[in-house]
Design a protein around this ligand. Structure first.
Ligand code: CAA
Length: 242
């Protein structure tokens, strides 16, 4: 039987590319989304991948969705915690709502979804969890104390879950994309992008969503079982960690 993969935020941006790449590799994919029905319907019609609408920051909604996906496709073998938002502002202008929205969607979501699949993965002695962090969780970023905190949180979460899953053939890894050519990066003010970001990407360009998707395919594979607790940086050389 083909393995079942869930990609949160899987209908647009990096998540869309991940859903498509896993589907092309033969996974039965469920793509989740929060609000943009039009994009989700277009994505589903174009790819044949079923979509599930719910808020990944809401534990009860996640519980219902995981039950629905399991009913429709089977138990979840691969979980890609990709859903994320930005609410950028320097700390002195950051509101509690900006802080809370980002922590909830980008970090609480990983707890919610992973907690809800872990028992089944443990029971079946197999699981692949891939968390999508960010270069900005690795190095920090002006205007992103909320986002950097959430994305750095995913790094610690990954390491702990990796240790706990190891004996049950459940790997947990994290990918830290750099600046990728998606709507999220297109929303960065043009002058900031051109003066503060692009000049610091040694490969001289933004990354593509497909370049991140291929990292997920690599880590999700059955034969990637010896890689766990790792952080895969894909950032064009913008941040080179030891
Ligand atoms: N480093 C140093 N200084 C910076 C800076 C930076 N990266 N960005 C802005 N500044 C400076 C500006 O030059 C400006 O200085 P002066 O007043 O001396 O000219 C000052 O900070 C204020 O800048 P803004 O006028 O832009 O301030 P603002 O309050 O209107 O906006 C901001 C602040 C919202 C943070 C805006 O600068 C911004 O959007 N920056 C981009 C943040 C960013 O990179 N977000 C990543 C989004 S993509 C993503 O998150 C995906 C991923 O994982 C990589």
């Amino acid at each position: 039987m083909a393995r079942v993969a869930v990609v949160t935020g899987g209908t647009r941006g990096i998540g869309e590319a991940i859903s498509i790449a896993l589907s092309r590799k033969g996974y039965r994919v469920a793509a989740t989304y929060a609000g943009n029905d039009e994009a989700a319907q277009r994505f589903s019609a174009a790819t044949g991948i079923p979509v599930y609408k719910f808020d990944v920051g809401d534990y009860d909604a996640c519980e219902k969705a995981v039950a629905q996906v399991t009913h429709d496709l089977g138990p979840i073998d691969v979980l890609v915690n990709n859903a994320g938002i930005t609410r950028d502002a320097p700390l002195h202008r950051m509101t509690r709502a900006y802080w809370g929205d980002v922590i909830r969607t980008n970090l609480d979501s990983a707890f919610n979804m992973t907690r809800l699949v872990i028992d089944s993965m443990r029971g079946r002695n197999f699981g692949r969890i891939v968390n999508i962090s960010s270069i900005n969780g690795r190095k920090g970023q002006f205007g992103q104390s909320n986002y950097a905190a959430a994305k750095a949180g995913l790094l610690g979460f990954t390491k702990a879950v990796a240790l706990e899953g190891a004996a049950k053939n459940i790997t947990c890894n994290v990918i830290a994309p750099g600046y990728i050519n998606t709507e999220m990066v297109a929303a960065v003010p043009k002058d900031i992008l051109e003066s503060k970001i692009l000049p610091f990407i040694p490969v001289g360009r933004l990354g593509t969503a497909e370049e991140i998707a291929r990292c997920v395919v690599f880590l999700a594979a059955d034969d990637a079982g010896f890689i766990t607790g790792a952080c895969l940086d894909a950032n064009g050389g913008q941040y080179i960690a030891s």
